[in-house]
Design a protein around this ligand. Sequence first.
Ligand code: NCD
Length: 323
Amino acid sequence: MTKQTPNANSGHGQPEVARLSNRHILGIEGMSPLEIRALLDRGSYFADHPTDSGSTALRGKTIVNLFYENSTRTRTSFELAAKRLGGSVLNIAVAGSSVKKGETLLDTATTLNAMHPDILVVRHNCSGAARLLSRHVDAAVINAGDGRHEHPTQALLDALTIRRRIGRIEGLTVAICGDIANSRVARSNIHLLSTLGANIRLVCPSTLLPAAIDQMGVDVYTDMESGIADADIVMMLRLQTERMAGTETPSQREYFNLFGLNKDKLNRAAPKALIMHPGPMNRGVEIDSAIADDVEKSLIHIQVEMGVAARMACLEAVSLGAA
Ligand code: NCD
C-alpha cells in the first residue's frame, strides 16, 4: 500500500467549499494561490471521503461531458465525480454525434445550451476551445484539455497527489520531462506548481521546447541526466504524436535512449524521488515498465485515484457560481 499523508483537516470537520472568482475553470493561469489551495483542501477531503462526503452539491443538476478527443481517465473520472455529488451526467461521444456531420463547435454548444445543462465539461483539440464555448453557453464550463493549451484538472490532481504523499509542494524540485511543446499537462503544471512555490525544470530535446519558454520562469535542460539530478518529482509525458508534424523526434528507440526514464537515469534523482505520468503511458518509449510499475516510487495509480477527488472539488466549486 502506498503511504498517504492524511488531509490536515480530516477529523476536524470539513474544509470550506472552494469559492472561485471565475465561474468557469478554463485554466490554472490566473488562478490565485488561495483558490488553488482551497480546491486542493477540498479535493483532499473528498479523497478521504470518496462516497460519504455529505456533499450533494450537484443534486438536481445536469453535467454534460462533451469530448472531441479520446479520453479514458478524464472522462470517466468526471462522470464518477459528478455522480458522487448527486448529479445527472450526459456523455456526448463526438463520434456518434452531429459533429461528424459537420456541425461546428458553436452550433453544438448552442444546441446543448437549449437543453440547459448546469455544467459543461469539454475536451477539444483546439487551444482556446473551452474559452470560446464559455462565451456562448449559460452553463459553467470546465476545460478537460484544449489542444496544447491547458488541462487544469490534471494539474490539480497532480498537485493533490504530491501534497498528500509528501505533505507540501513549496520548495520541491519537479522535473517535467518529454514532449513539453505539445503538452497541456505541462503548461497547467508549470502554472500551478510554480504558483505554489515549486522549482520547475523542463527536460526535453530542443525540438520539443515550447515557444516563449523564457517567459515561463523555469529552468530548461536538454539532457536527461542533469535535468533530473536531485529532483524530488520526475513527471514523464507522452510523445503526443497526434500534435506533431513528424520531424520533432528521432526513432522511438533513440528517443527512449536519450529521454526515456529507466533505472540508471532515475538514480540521478533524489534518493526518495517519486515518478508521475498523466497517462496514457507508452511503455518503452518515455518510461521503462519496471519503473512505471514500481509501487514504492510510482504515483501513477494514485494520480488516477486523485482525479476523481480533484474533479469533485472543481465540479462543486463551479456549481456555486463565482464568489
Ligand atoms: C493527457 C491529455 O489528454 O492531455 N492525458 C490525460 O488527460 N490523462 C496527456 C496525454 O494525452 O498524453
